[in-house]
Design a protein around this ligand. Structure first.
Ligand code: DGY
Length: 285
């Protein structure tokens, strides 16, 4: 949605992930506009090329939501792998009967190969948190190999190897033309039938119709999504009612700690740019 109200004559705009900031908004703001500060890590809602053309600085809030999103990713993985939501729903619906040996059996993280797509701050935070679970192998794919990966014993692999070898895949990357819909039916067919896919990066990395087909036909075992395409995902979307798919409403950074730090960073970014300083969150356009 375009965010027009109150933008006229402003030197700085503070926006959210859900505010589309395009040429119309910039025109409406006027030629004095110097900075657009988004209270988010992602900035795909801002027309960066147009900002560059007009000399408008764009800033985001990097670093401050790394821990909250990494924690949620691990939580979502546990919810999905151990069928925790199904268990809770069964209790609420009065379906908790006599103990049954095969009821609500999930899989352990112990001795599994974990693959991370996107070993940025969040991917690294997820990998670091998963190591103590006793996973057997940590692999990752990104645009290039990262030196920090050695600190946690993660090995760089090609995308093909990541999808074929991983028992658990965590998508922690941005949405770019290269990552758009990289998880599609062709990809799912190469994954293990027991594989679990977790997405806390961006919804557009996964083709959702193909994911539904993969989850219902048994190409992969389960998925946990904190980000979807579209957002919000309609409550009657076919993925929502699958038992092997846990959908959360994009709440990775929803902690008081992150929100406070994000709002402070977003405001400080504006002050820094207006005062001629390099802002911590300045996005290289
Ligand atoms: C971000 O900051 O980009 C997150 O996805 C929103 O919490």
């Amino acid at each position: 949605m375009n965010c027009f109200r109150g933008v006229e004559g402003k030197d700085a705009l503070l926006c959210m992930l859900t505010d589309k900031v395009d040429t119309e908004v910039m025109d409406r703001a006027g030629k004095q506009l110097k900075v657009i500060s988004t209270m988010s890590v992602g900035y795909e809602h801002i027309d960066i090329r147009e900002c560059k053309k007009r000399g408008i600085a764009v800033t985001n809030t990097p670093k401050v939501s790394t821990d909250s999103v990494a924690e949620l990713t691990v939580g979502l993985l546990l919810l999905t792998a151990r069928k925790l939501l199904e268990g809770n729903q069964a209790v609420k619906k009065g379906e908790w009967g006599k103990w049954k040996p095969m009821w609500l059996c999930g899989v352990e993280l112990t001795k599994k190969t974990v693959g991370i797509l996107g070993l940025g701050r969040i991917g690294f935070g997820v990998a670091k948190r998963l190591k103590p679970f006793g996973i057997s192998r940590l692999i990752y794919h990104d645009v290039c190999a990262m030196t920090e990966a050695d600190d946690i014993g993660a090995s760089f692999v090609k995308f093909e190897e990541l999808i074929q070898e991983s028992d658990i895949i965590c998508i922690c990357c941005n949405l770019t033309p290269q990552t758009k819909h990289v998880f599609n039916m062709k990809t799912f067919k190469k994954m293990k039938p027991s594989a679990i896919l977790i997405n806390s990066g961006r919804g557009g990395v996964v083709h959702h119709d193909d994911l539904h087909e993969a989850l219902t036909s048994g190409e992969i075992a389960a998925a946990g999504l904190d980000v979807t395409e579209p957002e919000p995902l309609p409550y009657d979307h076919p993925l929502v009612n699958l038992n092997n798919c846990v959908v959360l409403p994009h709440m990775g950074s929803n902690t008081w700690e992150s929100r406070n730090a994000m709002s402070e960073t977003a405001s400080q970014n504006i002050l820094d740019v207006l005062n001629g300083k390099r802002a911590v969150g300045e996005v290289d356009s």
